[in-house]
Design a binder for this molecule. Structure first.
Ligand code: PHE
Length: 539
């Protein structure tokens, strides 16, 4: 073979790898063979199908990412992206850089999707109600109605924040000074997280030390191990000299959860351990900040999550058609056709080489289309969480009267949790999130009117902070299943076939990722869709 023949043979070989296993494998092979673009890096996360903890986790394949794709691969090709949320905007941003001519059709007047922040004067429309935000005008008085926290290892999202110079600050998931409240434990009295945690650790340590000292674990532990573990348990649980748990200063002092009557030096009586173990609530809520996606450090953009949406939007605004409501998605020879209504109600048609659809499955299933039956049925059967939230403006009584700065109080009531603002500390007023729920209680919430939601959130909030109803005002709520063009909070079904192309139509969105319900998932899904498209265009 001469050198030209060798090159062609090598390219045929690579193309067949590409067809067989997808383009990122091909690109990695190309890189390894010293051909083409930069070396594809091995991501730690995967955009492959399957949910965490599912019985058959997907094989660990590195997820594609920018840098995997040859520059100019898209020159001369057109793409329509349906939906201007984080998935759609990531797709447009990255594909434009590859030379594709991108157009985003966004149904609403503002991009961002469920990355949305509400401030004075903003309106929340649901299918059967409309609310105007009555907060005062102030940079700290905002409500992240959708995405609200970013795990420190969501590296692609945080990479964009860095690239866009978006200032970040800490979002507190666990606050020792916040409350845990069960209607059926401790006479319905809220307990400080610090005491629940100290007493749980103290009792676990006490019991394990007892087992060790009664020689129950001699099969597992050498004499030396026993000495070491006893030392560890004493410190883990703050045990006394004889490995008892009489209570710990870690739990705070009597009266510390309220104003005044603080008696330093006197320890609190430990909570009855039987009550802590008799209800899963106490364990679940203590475990929550240990899950991988909720561990510290959690972050938030200064001034509201929509700083991220605005930064994306600023870079691609020219390619976004706002208030463009998709009415049909069709296949044409070697391409796709999308019909939409523009902002004045005129029907418009756009023909492209590729369509990348990020419309939530809950909305997509009602748009006439030419999808293959397997894709259609996956879309029809896709489930969504029904999450909802409510927020109030209030004097910062939690800071001024209870020493609570940021973080979450938990309750067994429908409201589930209360979020204190993680910024603006020491200012007079703040926005408190008075409910954030995602189970069946979220569906109850969806069925209430905005005023009923306010009433029930205040009644329940009173059980955490007895002064609540006298302090909070201007309540405003969102129930994602009732928000037009969203009709759900986040996807919960297996992405399955929707990770594969349907002719020239590709799918993306948080629901089609390993990180459902996270902006990082939206980004990973965008990379996956881009990868599928690019694999078609690699010469
Ligand atoms: N990311 C969202 C949150 O942290 C929604 C979510 C909750 C997603 C729990 C997955 C699991 O609240």
């Amino acid at each position: 073979m001469n050198s030209t023949q060798k090159r062609i043979a090598r390219r045929d070989f690579l193309t067949s790898i590409g067809r067989a296993v997808g383009s990122s494998a091909m690109l990695k092979t190309m890189a390894a063979m010293g051909i083409g673009t930069s070396l594809a890096s091995c991501g730690s996360s995967s955009a492959a199908p399957g949910m965490p903890g599912s019985p058959n986790p997907p094989p660990a394949i590195p997820s594609p990412r920018p840098g995997d794709w040859p520059t100019n691969v898209g020159v001369g090709k057109s793409v329509v992206i349906l939906g201007g949320g984080i998935a759609g905007m990531t797709t447009a941003l990255e594909m434009t850089m590859l030379g594709y001519n991108c157009t985003i059709l966004e149904a609403t007047p503002v991009a961002g999707g469920r990355n949305r922040t509400i401030r004075a004067g903003d309106v929340i429309n649901e299918t059967d109600s409309s609310q105007t935000c009555l907060f005062d005008f102030d940079s700290d008085l905002y409500f992240n109605v959708g995405a609200a926290r970013i795990p420190h290892h969501h590296e692609f999202l945080l990479g964009y924040c860095r690239e866009f110079s978006i200032p970040l600050e800490i979002f507190t998931n666990f606050n020792s000074g916040a409350l845990m409240h069960s209607a059926t434990s401790f006479n319905g009295q809220p307990q400080t997280a610090r005491q629940v945690q100290a007493d749980t650790r103290g009792n676990i340590a006490r019991l394990l030390a007892l087992a060790v000292n009664q020689n129950a674990l001699d099969q597992e532990l050498s004499a030396n191990d026993k000495a070491n573990i006893l030392q560890m348990l004493r410190s883990f649980g703050d045990l006394s000299g004889n490995f008892d748990y009489p209570g710990s200063e870690r739990a705070g002092f009597p009266g510390q959860q309220n104003t005044g009557s603080r008696q330093r030096g006197e320890s609190l009586t430990p909570l009855q351990f039987q009550e802590i173990i008799s209800e899963t609530f106490w364990q679940q809520r203590q475990d929550f900040p240990h899950s991988l996606n909720q561990q510290s450090t959690m972050l938030q953009p200064v001034g509201g999550m929509d700083q991220i949406a605005r930064a994306f939007e600023n870079r691609i605004a020219a390619d976004i058609v706002y208030e463009a409501v998709v009415t049909e998605i069709r296949k044409i020879t070697d391409g796709a056709r999308v019909i939409y209504q523009d902002r004045v109600g005129t029907s418009m048609t756009i023909d492209v080489d590729y369509c990348i659809c990020t419309i939530p499955a809950s909305v997509l299933r009602n748009i006439p289309n030419d999808f293959a039956s397997a894709h259609q049925s996956a879309i029809n059967n896709f489930n969504y969480a029904a999450a909802g939230k409510i927020a109030f403006q209030s004097r910062r009584f939690w800071e001024q009267d209870h020493n609570i700065y940021g973080g979450i109080s938990w309750t067994t009531q429908d409201i589930t949790q209360m979020w204190y603002p993680n910024a603006g500390f020491g200012r007079a007023n703040g926005i408190v999130v008075g409910a954030y729920m995602f189970g069946s209680n979220a569906s109850n919430f969806a069925n209430q009117t905005p005023q009923q939601r306010i009433n029930s959130a205040i009644a329940q909030g009173n059980n955490l902070h007895s002064e609540y109803g006298n302090e909070v005002a201007r309540g405003i709520s969102v129930s994602w299943p009732k928000v037009p063009f969203q009709l759900g909070a986040w996807g919960t079904s297996d992405p399955g076939i929707l990770l594969t192309a349907d002719d020239n139509i590709f799918f993306a969105g948080e629901h089609l990722s390993i990180l459902q319900g996270w902006q990082e998932g939206a980004i990973l899904s965008a990379y996956h869709a881009i990868d599928l498209v690019v694999s078609r265009d690699i010469p």
